[in-house]
Design a protein around this ligand. Structure first.
Ligand code: DC
Length: 647
């Protein structure tokens, strides 16, 4: 499984141009396809969900032309799709599946609509019930009430009143409303139950109006699509930035946009937006964030005393509210998000997923059928699962302000924001790392520890992890070349670094990991790819504030490739053998200089020649040859490079 490891973050500041809104993009595409005339759609969201819609429209015979950038020309079909028989695959795109079902059922034709397995678990029965009242012929090909679906040509009986439930997903009402102008007859839609996610209906009505159809509305219970409603191309239409995507950056600003940096600005949505999720900014302000807004931009900064918990009804911002659940990790008190039952029928059961993953980070979480309650506690590093849900991945990136963490399957953000993590990296600053690599006995451990002490940074002796692994394997009777056996042992290695002291299973190891025998074992287990893989996140979890000095062989190349400073620290083999000799004698071990030199050369060779993470000087690493240098001189040189790099 792919993953992305995030270091702990220090601050957030800058500006992000948002990708187009998913909700607006897919509505605009469908109405442009149904309209009379050609529409130029500008700033369309480039993502999985919009690709599914574009593919479907092409399969239905709609003229779709890429104009370059995120701009497209759609040749409308005037309410009648040229292709009358097709099988459409719509992935996990609810914003494509629901409205297309309604439009195709009323437009007439022989169609099969399918999606990924999760799409087949997301209910659609309420929409189908509404369409059947108009005479549509829809068959469930799997379970009743769920996709996949078969649509057959039918005699549509337009007019009158159609009832549709509004308390499971507002997309059913959206689908029905967008399709009804195809009938040409005045039709009334009565909403049964309390309509949820009302702002999404506002978006639907606003876009229908841009295409020339004005729906009459009586509160949120009754909608009338007038007779003679026909979609007409508005010519050119611009898609707003995605307000739900804005929520992650606003939250980043609210947590990390402090006096050191910030504010964090998003461009593409603001006060004039038609998207309900801009109201997320108000929720964040209630948590104490300092928010400013213009017509098409918003920005957020952290408040002086930090964020405070809120108790909120989130029905109007179901998607953006997920961002509040992870922002709650940084708020004083217990945050309760209510009226979010729709989370359970989204890309995944989002209440269950958020609760599970927040608990992994150490938070105290209570979940109910339609609420989630989060109390922050000591946060610990964790690997976050994302359930093929873009929003889970993006929400949890915020937690990096509290701890280094791993995001599994980060590419799932492609559903709405393929470049999310690039933008994220551009506007955040991570806890700095000084990576010091070099051969055995080059003095890098001593230099690294002193640099760390001077800067007040943590120190990672990565070699000790391989030494501990070799020792643990020896104690458990696992052979050093048994890759699977050693890797399994590594995954559960109970190691604690406390200042100078290292504990294995709670017991200080002292010099037991420094013997020549364990040195040889460490070099052997370090050559096993599965062992290195198992130790990867454990090492990255040291990348915390205020900073880290790590020493080893692959600090700069593999573990911390974005280190603020990389140093390749070495000395002649003879000088290193002499240093090792003195060290061993000083500790009361017996030693023989020629043997030490031969062993050292052999180990150098193995560390440099192995296929995974071989020891080598990175192109962007500073070379520090300490053969002629004292420890103080070497330390001063590293500190000088580091401070020069920070200017
Ligand atoms: O730095 P050291 O001598 O304590 O390292 C012990 C062994 O672990 C050495 O043979 C190289 C290996 N090692 C590694 O492969 N990668 C690291 N980052 C650190 C050490």
């Amino acid at each position: 499984m792919e993953f992305l490891d995030l270091p702990q973050l220090a601050s957030a500041a800058g500006s992000v141009r948002l990708p187009g809104s998913k909700s607006i993009s897919n509505r605009v595409l469908l109405l442009a396809a149904l309209a009379d005339g050609e529409t130029e759609v500008r700033d369309l969201l480039a993502s999985d969900d919009t690709e599914r819609m574009l593919e479907a429209l092409q399969a239905l015979g709609v003229g779709v032309t890429a104009l370059g950038g995120e701009n497209w020309r759609i040749k409308g079909c005037g309410g009648s799709f040229p292709v009358k028989q097709a099988e459409l695959f719509l992935g996990n795109a609810g914003t494509a599946f629901r409205p297309l079902t309604a439009a195709l059922a009323l437009a007439g034709g022989d169609y099969v609509l399918k999606g990924v397995a999760r799409m087949h678990e997301r209910p659609i029965g309420d929409l189908i019930d509404g369409l059947r009242q108009l005479g549509a012929d829809v068959t469930y090909l799997g379970n009743d009430g769920y996709p996949p679906l078969q649509l057959k040509p039918a005699t549509i009986r337009p007019g009158g009143t159609v009832s549709v439930r509004g308390d499971v997903s507002s997309q059913f009402l959206t689908g029905l409303l967008m399709a009804l102008p195809l009938t040409g007859v005045e039709t009334t839609v009565d909403v049964v139950g309390e309509l949820i996610s009302k702002p999404y209906i506002e978006i639907t009505l606003a876009i229908m109006a841009r295409f020339g159809v004005t729906v009459k509305r009586e509160g949120w219970q009754r909608f009338v699509v007038p007779a003679g409603s026909v979609y007409r191309s508005p010519g050119t239409i611009y898609v707003e930035g995605d307000a739900s995507s804005a929520s992650y950056f606003l939250a980043l600003g609210a947590i990390g946009g402090t006096t050191r940096g910030g504010p964090l600005r998003v461009e593409g949505v603001g006060r004039d937006s038609i998207q309900g999720d801009v109201k997320f900014a108000e929720a964040l302000a209630q948590m104490g964030a300092v928010i400013e807004m213009g017509p098409n931009w918003m920005e957020a900064r952290a408040p002086e005393g930090g964020l405070v918990a809120v108790d909120l009804d989130c029905n109007h911002i179901p998607d953006a509210a997920m961002t509040l659940a992870t922002a709650a990790l940084f708020a004083k008190g217990t945050t309760t998000l209510r009226n979010i039952a729709s989370w359970r029928v989204k890309e995944t059961d989002r209440i269950a997923a958020m609760a599970t993953e927040l608990r992994k980070l150490g938070a105290l979480v209570e979940e109910g059928e339609d609420f989630i309650r989060v109390t922050p506690s000591t946060v610990k590093p964790a690997a976050i699962d994302t359930y093929d849900d873009h929003r889970i991945a993006m929400c949890f990136s915020l937690a990096a302000f509290a701890t280094p963490l791993r995001i599994n399957d980060p590419k799932c953000v492609g559903k709405t924001f393929p470049e999310y993590f690039q933008r994220f990296a551009e506007v955040t600053r991570a806890a700095p790392v000084i990576a010091i690599d070099g051969p055995s006995a080059s003095g890098k451990g001593t230099v690294a520890a002193r640099v760390a002490e001077t800067l007040g940074f943590a120190y990672l002796d990565s070699g000790a992890l391989y030494r501990l692994t070799a020792l643990a394997a020896r104690r458990a009777g696992v052979a050093w070349d048994d890759e699977g056996g050693v890797a399994a042992l590594t995954a559960t290695l109970d190691v604690e670094f406390q200042g100078e002291e290292i504990r294995l299973a709670g017991v200080p190891v002292g010099d037991a990991i420094r013997s020549e025998e364990i040195s040889a074992g460490a070099s052997r287990v370090a050559a096993l790819p599965a062992v290195r893989e198992a130790l990867l996140f454990r090492q990255r979890a040291f990348n915390r504030l205020p900073g880290l000095v790590g020493d080893g062989r692959d600090m700069g190349s593999v573990i911390f490739p974005r280190a603020a400073l990389k140093v390749f620290l070495t000395a002649s083999a003879e000088e290193r053998a002499m240093r090792r000799y003195k060290q061993l004698i000083g500790k009361g071990f017996s030693a023989n200089l020629p043997d030490l030199l031969a062993d050292l050369k052999q180990r150098d060779e193995r560390d440099a020649q192995r296929s995974v993470a071989p020891l080598r000087q990175e192109a962007d690493a500073q070379l520090l040859d300490t053969t002629q240098l004292t420890i103080e001189q070497a330390v001063d040189q590293v500190l000088a490079w580091f401070s020069a790099g920070r200017q």
